[in-house]
Design a protein around this ligand. Structure first.
Ligand SMILES: Nc1ncnc2c1ncn2[C@@H]1O[C@H](COP(=O)(O)OP(=O)(O)OP(=O)(O)O)[C@@H](O)[C@H]1O
Length: 443
């Protein structure tokens, strides 16, 4: 069986890795800080499009520094014990194979589904906190709100698409080694189609070379399908806001790797960042609110409606800027923001969980609904609990965490929570309708 060229020509050391000079420098600095016993950070997260060398960089880093790579695909073995097991295995094998240093590699961390893979993210955070070895992780899309704690616990390093010069060098080297006749224009066409993905271009090179004995421009243009490119959230919203024509904005939202509901939040957050005129902002939110209505309809009744959602959240938002009609219009560069609503809700998730647990306990004693307890009883309990702590704690059977929570909140903080709650429902019309739609779906 022939060895796949992506494996045969995978760089073994950092020096052999094409491009990615900044990434290599960052990795060298980080691993050397570990070797000196003063790690700058326990873990790094390499993120970027597929086939750009994240896995290769982890392997090359281990080889270049003589480290043993303890590898695991985070989205395969999705549970707490197997993730913990990696760290444990790393320390156990130390005694079996001597003093060789180790590098723990967790691939595809964005494949973890917090609901199904319960506890996986907290297990990873635990590993990151207590690890005795450097941890390197890889992901294509690290912007999922569920990965927020993980992002905060690591150093994020972006791995960009490979440049044309580097890809050309790589493909030509393979052709020379394999003694395959390869037209220069064929290589250019392969590079064009692969959009910076080395794996894609090498695999196609091999399949044409093995199937036809040579690689010509004609064969490439006949056989290679242009790679469907998925856009990350920042690229998606930039392409929407910078679109001059409706079809460009529609393409951006259709090819986005971000899930529809979340993409609406990204757009919603960044409309006032991009547009200066209040009228443009108003028109854009109007389009987004309508997109949200169609998305709910699509999910509840017919997926055909999804096309209208794309029309409204892509072209609808993009064409809200009246200035685009002018010949002299130029796209304005803006620093886009991560959706704050998602951040806020995530940050207050734990607090809300504890509060709801206490409310549930009070509700069971009083035979009242959670909303009644939340609105009418809970604020009083906070006040009473500070006066008659022990008996209330005893009668409700509060845990230590809940006792700490009750002690930590005073009247002012309760109202702050209430404000936060109402902030979650009084944002833009679009967000309001998308929150409403998700509630409708749940029910
Ligand atoms: N910078 C590079 N220099 C040389 N070869 C590369 C480079 N990047 C990728 N390759 C080639 O492409 C193949 C695939 O790369 P790799 O598996 O590292 O990509 P990845 O970014 O981890 O992809 P994914 O996100 O899909 O896991 C490698 O086996 C190697 O042959």
């Amino acid at each position: 069986m022939t060895v796949p060229w992506v494996v045969k020509y995978r760089p073994r050391t950092l020096d052999e890795v094409e491009n990615q000079e900044d990434v290599k420098d960052e990795l060298r600095g980080w691993i050397e800080s570990w070797l000196k016993g003063k790690p700058t950070t326990n873990a790094v997260l390499l993120y970027g499009p597929p086939g750009t060398g994240k896995t290769t960089l982890a392997l090359a880093l281990a080889n270049s520094y003589g480290l043993e790579l303890i590898e695991m695909n985070a989205s395969d073995s999705r549970n707490l014990s197997s993730i913990r097991g990696v760290a444990e295995r790393a320390s156990i094998t130390g005694s079996l194979f001597g003093e060789k240093g180790k590098l723990i590699f967790l691939d595809e961390v964005d494949g973890i589904q917090p609901k199904q893979d319960y506890g996986a993210i907290s297990a990873m955070l635990e590993v990151l906190k207590n690890t005795k070895f450097p941890v390197i992780m890889a992901a294509n899309d690290p912007w999922n709100p569920n990965l927020r704690d993980l992002r905060n616990a690591v150093k994020m390093i972006e791995v960009k698409r490979l440049g044309k010069i580097a890809l050309r060098r790589l493909l030509k080297r393979i052709c020379t080694n394999e003694k395959v006749k390869c037209e220069d224009k064929a290589i250019d066409a392969l590079i064009e189609a692969s959009d910076g993905d080395a794996r894609y271009s090498i695999n196609f090179l091999q399949s044409i070379a093995e199937g036809y004995g040579e690689v010509t421009e004609k064969l490439v243009s006949e056989l290679v399908k242009r790679k469907e490119r998925e856009l990350d959230p920042f690229e998606t919203i930039r392409n929407v806001f910078w679109a001059r024509f409706g079809w460009q904005a529609k393409q951006a939202v259709s090819n986005s790797q971000v899930e529809y509901d979340l993409l609406m939040r990204w757009i919603s957050e960044n409309i006032p960042v991009q547009y200066d005129s209040i009228y443009d902002v108003w028109r854009a939110y109007d389009a987004l609110a309508r997109a949200s209505i169609f998305l709910t309809r699509a999910k509840l009744s017919s997926w055909d409606m999804l096309s209208y959602t794309f029309d409204l959240m892509g072209p609808g938002v993009a064409m809200a800027e009246i200035g685009k009609k002018s010949q002299t219009w130029k796209a304005k560069w803006k620093k886009y923001q991560f959706p704050t609503l998602v951040q806020q809700l995530y940050r207050s998730k734990k607090t809300r969980e504890i509060r709801d647990e206490i409310i549930g306990k009070i509700g069971r004693k009083l035979h009242s609904s959670s909303s009644k307890v939340y609105n009418d009883v809970f604020p009083l309990f906070v006040v009473i609990a500070s006066a008659d702590k022990e008996s209330i704690q005893k009668s409700l059977g509060l845990t230590q965490e809940e006792i700490d929570f009750m002690e930590s909140i005073q009247g002012s903080q309760v109202s702050e929570e209430t404000r936060e709650r109402s902030a979650g429902t009084s944002r833009s019309s679009s967000t309001r309708s998308s929150t409403r739609s998700s509630r409708t779906r749940k029910s």
